[in-house]
Ligand binder design. Structure first.
Ligand code: IMP
Length: 187
């Protein structure tokens, strides 16, 4: 399927231009998976998927890693139903797996202000993992990736709010296979 014009299901005034196509996403995720496979050779990394936005990325990433990975899920909330961060991060669902001694890769959808990541890092580091790295599909150009200790980045993008491939606006559009710019009401 290469036709990425909005379909009957997703056709919507709020969907703007396609930012990253299904093919671009797939290709880049394969590259990251190969890098992780090389970096973690001989180890059994634990992918910590940050719900809900990272679910699609984490699924594809896991398929692209040629190692016996484990996957667990954590959920935080900072946006509510708005497209602007509330400034407060809340743990909505915690992990089931014990992190002590584990090689943890935190899998994020997008690093924007870095608030969520700072919160998660503090929370996970306190549990004594052997190592903790961050892998994000997207990062804003404005994000201080070095300061936040982000090791793997899929794409750096400008400030537009984006939806699709797991990312939502008020819980919509997560099931698009591509990433599109979200056009708010008063656009
Ligand atoms: P931060 O805490 O400001 O870095 O925001 C990170 C979280 O905000 C992400 O994990 C997303 O859930 C959400 N977010 C930030 N920008 C976008 C966007 O453009 N589309 C959808 N969600 C976003």
């Amino acid at each position: 399927m290469t036709d990425e014009s909005p379909s009957r299901l997703t056709s919507d005034d709020h969907l703007g231009r396609v930012l990253l196509s299904e093919e671009q996403l797939a290709q880049r995720i394969i590259e990251i998976g190969e890098q992780v496979t090389e970096d973690y050779a001989g180890r059994r990394p634990l992918l910590v998927c940050v719900l809900r936005g990272a679910y699609a990325f984490c699924t594809e990433l896991a398929f692209s890693i040629d190692l016996p990975v484990e996957i667990d899920f954590i959920a935080v909330s900072s946006y509510g139903s708005s497209t602007r961060t509330s400034g407060v991060v809340r743990l909505v669902k915690d992990l089931d797996v014990d992190l002590s001694g584990r090689d943890v890769i935190l899998v994020e959808d997008i690093v924007d202000t870095g608030l969520t990541l700072r919160y998660l890092r503090r929370s996970l580091e306190a549990r004594g993992p052997a190592s903790l790295e961050v892998c994000t599909l997207l990062a804003r150009e404005s994000a201080d990736l070095e300061g936040l200790g982000v090791r793997y980045v899929g794409f750096t993008i400008p400030g537009d709010f984006v939806v699709g491939f797991g990312l939502d606006a008020a819980e919509r559009y997560r099931n698009l296979r591509y990433l599109a710019v979200y056009e708010p009401e008063d656009h």
